[in-house]
Ligand binder design. Structure first.
Ligand code: EAX
Length: 325
């Protein structure tokens, strides 16, 4: 009996001496499905943070539209009913016009350039600005360079785009880009397979992984390697939630998410050549050398448009254009 008491009091003492840290539970939202660029970041982050925090931080991933489209996920992050999101740049447009700067057409011409700008002080200005809308910007991962596909005809020059019904992300900028190119754009949230299949829209634009993972080769005959927009994910936390975390927890999360982003960018880029081959094997006809100068000329006037007239937005655009000359 004595022995039992001794053991019990030892247990009580130990548990008082080392109060268990309250477990931090994170709901993380992505709109796309497992195997997608966003999910690769989310899964890598979950694996790292749970391991690095000895399970004191736990992540539940909501994917495949289970908690809504990207705009709806962002609204839930603002309200702190969801804590983290790996979200494509486009739908941030209506929350803060500054993100239009990184979706500017033909802004970056290489992955290295995108990394240098986004990971540096210019990218930090975007993250800083997002706080005004209730987001804590943590880091960028990537969807990648976007390419046009359609079911109607080969596209090599802007003339070929005329009148094509193109689905674009929920973004005033993306809509304007395609209007300026001469197409007939319709903003529509993800996913869009059914609309393409039924011919409600003729085409869409996305990085190569999307055509593979979502099997767009089944319903889109033509692809143009237009690389017209580099499409980052902006990885954000709910600002009101973030402020409740202690500094150590914040650092752990920030570090694990950045590691996951670096892992995913590398992974995504390493697969592009293989994907291009696969899409051709599946029967897509690929225009590999479109007249980029002609497309670029069409959208040159965008920076003078209302979309960019807010002084801080205009200033950042000019700074990034200078830094990427
Ligand atoms: O990642 O809506 C879009 O076109 C996005 O690129 C989508 O989330 C696929």
């Amino acid at each position: 009996m004595k022995k039992i008491w001794a053991i019990l009091s030892a247990i009580v003492l130990i548990s008082f001496a080392q109060p268990a840290m309250a477990v931090v539970k994170i709901k993380l939202g992505v709109v796309t499905k497992p195997g997608s660029a966003q999910n690769i970041v989310a899964e890598k982050f979950k694996e790292r943070i749970e391991q690095q925090s000895n399970q004191d931080i736990q992540v539940q991933i909501f994917h495949s539209n289970s908690i809504g489209n990207e705009t709806e996920i962002l609204q839930q992050i603002q309200m702190n009913t969801v804590q983290l999101g790996i979200i494509t740049g486009g739908p941030f447009d209506t929350f803060d016009p500054i993100v239009r700067v990184i979706n500017y057409p033909f802004l970056f011409n290489s992955n290295e350039q995108a990394d240098r700008i986004l990971d540096g002080p210019l990218g930090a200005r975007i993250m800083q600005s997002l706080e005004t809308s209730g987001f804590k910007g943590l880091c960028f991962s990537e969807n990648g360079f976007r390419n046009l596909t359609n079911s109607k005809r080969p596209v090599k020059t802007p003339d070929d785009v005329k009148g094509l019904k193109i689905r674009v992300m929920s973004s005033a900028l993306h809509k304007t880009i395609w209007q300026t190119m001469g197409a007939n754009p319709t903003p529509m949230p993800w996913p869009i397979y059914t609309e393409l299949e039924q011919g409600v829209i003729d085409g869409q634009e996305n990085p190569l992984w999307v055509m593979e993972v979502y099997k767009f080769y089944e319903i889109q005959k033509y692809m143009t390697l237009s690389r017209h927009v580099y499409s980052p994910h902006i990885n954000v936390a709910s600002l009101s939630w973030w402020k409740t975390l202690d500094a150590k927890t914040q650092q752990l999360i920030q570090k694990a998410l950045y590691e996951a982003a670096l892992f995913q960018r590398k992974d995504n880029r390493s697969k592009n050549a293989m994907r291009l081959n696969l899409l051709k094997e599946k029967g897509m006809l690929v225009e590999e050398h479109p007249d980029i100068d002609a497309f670029r000329a069409k959208v040159a006037k965008l920076k003078e448009m209302d979309l960019y007239q807010e002084p801080r937005v205009q200033a950042l655009l000019l700074d990034i254009l200078n830094a990427t000359k």
